[in-house]
Write a protein that binds this ligand. Sequence first.
Ligand SMILES: *[C@@H]1O[C@H](CO)[C@@H](O)[C@H](O)[C@H]1NC(C)=O
Ligand SMILES: *[C@@H]1O[C@H](CO)[C@@H](O)[C@H](O)[C@H]1NC(C)=O
Ligand SMILES: *[C@@H]1O[C@H](CO)[C@@H](O)[C@H](O)[C@H]1NC(C)=O
Ligand SMILES: *[C@@H]1O[C@H](CO)[C@@H](O)[C@H](O)[C@H]1NC(C)=O
Length: 959
Amino acid sequence: MLFKLFLILVLAAAGVSAVDTAFNDDVLGLIVFKAGLQDPMGKLVTWNEDDETPCNWFGVKCNPKTNRVSELVLDGFSLSGHIGRGLLRLQFLQILSLANNNFTGTINSALSHLGNLQVIDLSDNSLSGPIPEQLFLQCGSIRVLSFARNNLIGNIPQSLTSCFSLELLNFSSNHLSGTLPSGLWYLRELQSLDLSDNLLEGQIPTGIQNLYDLRFVSLHKNRLSGKLPEDIGGCLLLKSLDFSENILSGGLPESMQMLSSCTYLNLRGNFLTGEVPRWIGELKNLDTLDLSANNFSGQLPSSIGNLQFLKKFNVSTNYLTRNLPESMENCNNLLSIDASHNRLTGNLPIWIFKAAMPSVPFSSYRLEENLSSPASFQGLQVLDLSSNIFSGHIPSNVGELGNLQLLNISRNHLVGSIPRSIGELKSAYALDFSDNQLSGSIPAEIGGAISLKELRLEKNFLTGEIPVKIGKCPLLTSLILSHNNLTGSIPAAVANLSNLVDVDLSFNKLSGSLPKELTNLSHLLSFNISHNHLEGELPVGGFFNAISPLSISHNPSLCGAVVNRSCPSVHPKPIVLNPNSSDANGNSPSHNHHHEIILSISSIIAIGAASFILLGVVAVTILNIRARSSQSRSAALVLSVREDFSCSPKTNSDYGKLVMFSGDAEFVVGAQALLNKDCELGRGGFGVVYKTVLRDGYLVAIKKLTVTSLIKSREDFESEVKKLGQIRHHNLVALEGYYWTTSLQLLIYEYVPNGSLYKHLHDRTGDNYCLSWRQRFKIVLGMAKGLAYLHHNNIIHYNLKSTNVLIDSSGKPKVGDYGLAMLLPMLDRCILSSKIQSALGYMAPEFACKTVTITEKCDVYGFGILVLEVVTGKRPVEYMEDDVIVLCDMVRVALDEGTVERCVDERLQLNFRVEEAIPVMKLGLICASQVPSNRPDMNEVVNILELIQSPSEVDEELE
Ligand SMILES: *[C@@H]1O[C@H](CO)[C@@H](O)[C@H](O)[C@H]1NC(C)=O
Ligand SMILES: *[C@@H]1O[C@H](CO)[C@@H](O)[C@H](O)[C@H]1NC(C)=O
Ligand SMILES: *[C@@H]1O[C@H](CO)[C@@H](O)[C@H](O)[C@H]1NC(C)=O
Ligand SMILES: *[C@@H]1O[C@H](CO)[C@@H](O)[C@H](O)[C@H]1NC(C)=O
């Protein structure tokens, strides 16, 4: 057998043709053909060279009379290799179909020797090279020729035009170039011509009307130019015409109106111009009309209404004007209407929405009529009217288009609200109403649109909340609601939409905090919530750990690591004392072994989360360490406080540390204070201050630092705080202790009962209360003394403003909040200072960082402003209706004009000493000099003030 095969191969290679004596020619030819192929599926196993005849082989058919092979149909056999010369032996072959295999190599021109061939189908292979000109030298019998979907190059051979029996010619999806052969239209038998998806260029030759059997023609996706063939109307039987995606220009030829059999007309993506002609209504059998992406202009003719079978109507991306013709309501088989990207005007065509049975009074006549022509657009699946100039409302019955899958009416001028019936669009996967002037709220009924994948409502005037029911659209991948006026919070239900990829809620007025569960959204690629009023902590984990800062910007109260702003409270659960450990961190630098320490639970301070903090209650339990040698004021007592994140005891605990600078911190047993909004004293750049009782009746103010993530290391923090704790002056608020964990820092201050200077000056408009001149002078002098003492101890205040100056029960000023910037890393100080010194007007000009180093002189500037504030009773910067008044500028001008005494607080009604007031204001102005070196230092200020003070006042004060 091997020998036989060898013989066959030798014979075949030698081109020996007369071997009839040894073998049937067809067996020989097919075995040779098979020998050159790979047949991974074993489709050709039945091909056995020992057989007398191949007529029973798989894929082979013979003429029963002659017993010679007439058909070879090997479609989809997964064969690969070359189409070998063995086939040339099949002299009586009529049908050769090798479609959908993996044949490679070029097309052998010798195939032309098979004079009986009627069908050659080599489509869907990997054939390459040009189509040989000789292939068609004797092609008179070929009816079907398909080389579609190969990699053929070069021109379409001229010789093809002699294949006068050709009915189907399919060279689509190759790389054929050059022009259409001029004799193409001589192929009078041609019924289907498919040359789509090639690189053909030049004009379409005239004469196509010769092809009066032509049913199908596609020249789609080439580079053909010039006009549409004028005589196309001669192809009266034409059913499908596709000249889309070429560079054809001019108008629609008039002869086209004769194509009344045509069902498919696609001219998309050319440069066709002019109006859509009225005769388009003559193409009565059209089910697809695609004129999109051309240069058509003017108004669509109402004759389109004659196209009763129209299913797909696409005129998008032209320059069409006016409205869609109302007559189109007769085209009630429409499945898709795309008129987007035109210049259409008028109301949204409401006839489209007359989907259901007309709600007219019942009558048999009507009923019959309705039966004969059932509801109009019930079947409509796609409606795209976007990017036009449509006005008016979205009809309330839009939901009756129950089969709608895509509804795009974006970029128009629509007004009114979104109808509730959108919830009935159960098949809709995309709704785009963006960029209109829609108002009202997003109807909760949206939850009924259960197939929704994409919802775009951005750039409208929508108000109200994001409906919780949005959570009922489980397939949603895009939720775009940006640039509206939406309020309320982001519903937690959004976190259930596990397919979300793209969320944009930016530029709204959303508030509240973000649902933690959002981190479950594992497919998110973007989540933009910028430009809202959201607050609280960003969700931690997943997408949110790497969220772009731009996506969350302009939400002043959002906090978390990404925004570089720590959260007001980061303790989800109470902190509970661990009574068994006094030194859990293993380092208690000031643990004094000389002191006999008795541990007992004596006080509980519960720092209740204020209502705006969602994180629950924070409780700090303080162990009283009663040191016997309590005389030592500076003896720091180290206490262990455990933060427990669950209610059950935990083994691995994070221990906090409470340090009181005064040794006699005795707390009332069981004393408890909830630090919540009710006992909030105020809030500033550094944190929120609460009032609470530590000992029996001993009030303290506890400041919870909110810039925790920016605070220095524990060691630096402690050394700075201890330095501040040593500061004792009757014009300074004393720091009594602190509490430290990595996530929570408390500063415990002396409680000053009478409120801030700000309150005394500006917050008393209701009653007739007014600080007297004497009180004011005392305040100015006291502040100066306090600051002088601070500077003497090398501490810069950094944050002077009237809210940071407290007044005690005797009217004595006490400056608070000093030195806190020292707790921040040096590098950040500039940036932070501007944040913390947010109180406009007190900030020294050199605070614009970078060049000048910050010295005590910037406190002097702030003090100067404070002086002017105390004397005039005006804020450093006052916002009037259409004006801004800067206090020091105003006083300076008044001084120049000699009217400075008019600046003194008018509530004093001239009950002040001019001889004190004017020099004090001058001093204030000097302190507030633009140039730091022109400002006196605080010691000098104290001296000057004491000189200004009238002797009588001093006497009075000594009384
Ligand atoms: C064609 O050949 C490639 C590998 O060369 C193979 O992956 C592919 O499945 C083949 N296609 C068919 C239809 O057999
Ligand atoms: C041409 O061949 C391609 C690929 O096989 C096919 O998709 C297309 O329908 C054919 N065209 C005609 C007119 O038969
Ligand atoms: C089509 O319209 C565009 C825009 O008006 C114009 O730039 C282009 O030249 C037009 N093309 C033709 C072929 O008319
Ligand atoms: C939001 O409301 C304000 C007034 O309340 C209005 O000026 C603004 O234009 C609105 N913006 C949007 C996008 O609706």
